[in-house]
Write a protein that binds this ligand. Structure first.
Ligand SMILES: *Cc1c(COP(=O)(O)O)cnc(C)c1O
Length: 414
């Protein structure tokens, strides 16, 4: 960054500090990761200078001799990696990808169905403060109050009663495998489009450690920057019959020119995700999460649904006599970064809910494994006992930093 340091030392300094923060802390936010050096390199190239409205071979600007090749590679790699009939790699991120699906298949006021936000769904699955909850008529399914698993009977009943145009399956805070086959059956029965939003689990699906929604869903949306470990971006996989409608909805329906530097970085990430190394990575994410869950259980933490099948763990911390927000803040002081989160059927407000949400994709990218999960569970347990003891939290942060030094973070030079 030698040029940046000269022209804008203020920003350069803040970027340096953020890099050090990412290097020195255990990052547990389950939607975050470390993109590879190659992904970061291509994100910062001259591709950002080019306008390319349209699709390969059908652009509205000249000078696409090389951009078309880049986007075609990204599309072909996406199709090959996930076994999809068609792919659109232009959505700016996960939320716009979902908006494109709504725009392709629904009119304002139409009924859509999704998992309630406070049961683990995403804002864009029809929550009230989101455009998806105010331009459409949202129907929300939830979890079984005993098992904290998706209530598939409720999904079926609500779909039969409300006849939604689109059913969204997928979650942002759900630690278990989702049965996409049930959703596909229900969607077929009521004549709805099934959209699976696999933003959180795309890397696990790519690595073969989570069932793929691609064979059974009409369309599959995803972010590219979570467990898939690419640049910030979005992607839509679909059956051939939906390609025209989705492509039209993305451009010119919702967006202008695609972000070509991101498209190239998605192509690179997809190539990385097709390797045997990535399969091992995906397996390790889940093994680490299960091991961490078991150790947290042993320490007396209450895990939503009792554990995890994927990369994510939701913890109700109230049985320990604390609440989510101050615990998340104390953990951050101890060098362990997560987010506070509601738990299913939470009686506390979202601003200080009962839980925290953690995940293993970023730690696993650093090569951390079972011994490190054990240390982490131990530190988290220690923090419960010293939430207001700044010296104790700082001591733990020092130990965390020392551990992190042994596991270089991809994309960050020491
Ligand atoms: C993260 C996420 C999104 C949104 O992605 P952004 O890139 O933040 O817009 C959508 N759906 C789910 C399930 C997510 O987890």
């Amino acid at each position: 960054m030698e040029n940046l340091r000269k022209t804008d030392p203020e920003i350069a300094d803040l970027v340096d500090k953020e890099a050090r923060r990412q290097r020195d802390k255990i990052r547990l936010i389950p939607s975050e990761n470390y993109a590879s050096a190659s992904v970061l390199e291509v994100s910062g190239t001259v591709l950002t200078n080019k306008y390319s409205e349209g699709y390969a071979g059908k652009r509205y600007y000249e000078g696409q001799q090389f951009i078309d090749g880049i986007e075609t590679l990204a599309v072909e790699r996406a199709k090959a990696l996930f076994g999809a009939e068609a792919a659109n790699v232009q959505p700016y991120s996960g939320s716009p990808a979902n908006l494109a699906v709504y725009f392709a298949f629904a009119k304002p006021g139409d009924t859509i169905m999704g998992l309630a936000l406070d049961h683990g769904g995403h804002l864009t699955h029809g929550w009230g403060v989101s455009i998806t909850g105010s331009f459409f008529n949202p129907v929300r399914y939830g979890l079984n109050p005993e098992t904290h698993l998706i209530d598939y009977d409720m999904v079926r009943d609500l779909a039969r009663k409300n006849r939604p145009r689109i059913i969204m399956a997928g979650a942002t805070a759900y630690p278990r495998i989702i049965d996409f086959n049930v959703f596909a059956e229900v969607a077929k029965e009521v004549g709805a489009i099934l959209c699976v939003d696999m933003a959180h689990i795309a890397g696990l699906v790519a690595g073969g450690v989570h069932p793929s929604p691609v064979p059974v869903a009409d369309v599959v949306t995803t972010t590219t920057h979570k467990s898939l470990r690419g640049p910030r971006g979005g992607m839509i996989l679909m059956k051939k019959e939906h390609r025209k409608a989705i492509n039209k909805a993305v451009f010119p329906g919702l967006q202008g020119g695609p972000h070509n530097h991101t498209t190239a970085a998605i192509a690179v990430a997809l190539k990385e995700a097709a390797t045997d190394e990535f399969k091992i990575y995906a397996r390790n994410i889940v093994e680490n999460a299960k091991h961490l869950a078991a150790k947290l259980n042993e320490k007396g933490f209450r895990l939503v649904s009792g554990g995890t099948d994927n990369h994510l763990i939701l913890i109700d911390v109230t049985p320990r006599g604390i609440t989510g927000k101050p615990f998340a803040q104390a953990l951050d002081k101890a060098g362990i970064v997560c987010n506070y989160n509601t738990v299913p059927f939470d009686s506390r407000p979202p601003a200080d809910p009962s839980g925290i949400r953690i995940g293993t994709p970023a730690m696993t990218s650093r090569g951390m494994g079972k011994p490190e999960m054990e240390k982490l569970a131990d530190w988290m347990n220690q923090v419960v006992g010293c939430m207001n003891d700044e010296a104790a939290l700082a001591r733990i942060a020092g130990e965390v930093k020392e551990l992190c030094a042994g596991f270089p973070a991809p994309g960050i030079s020491a």
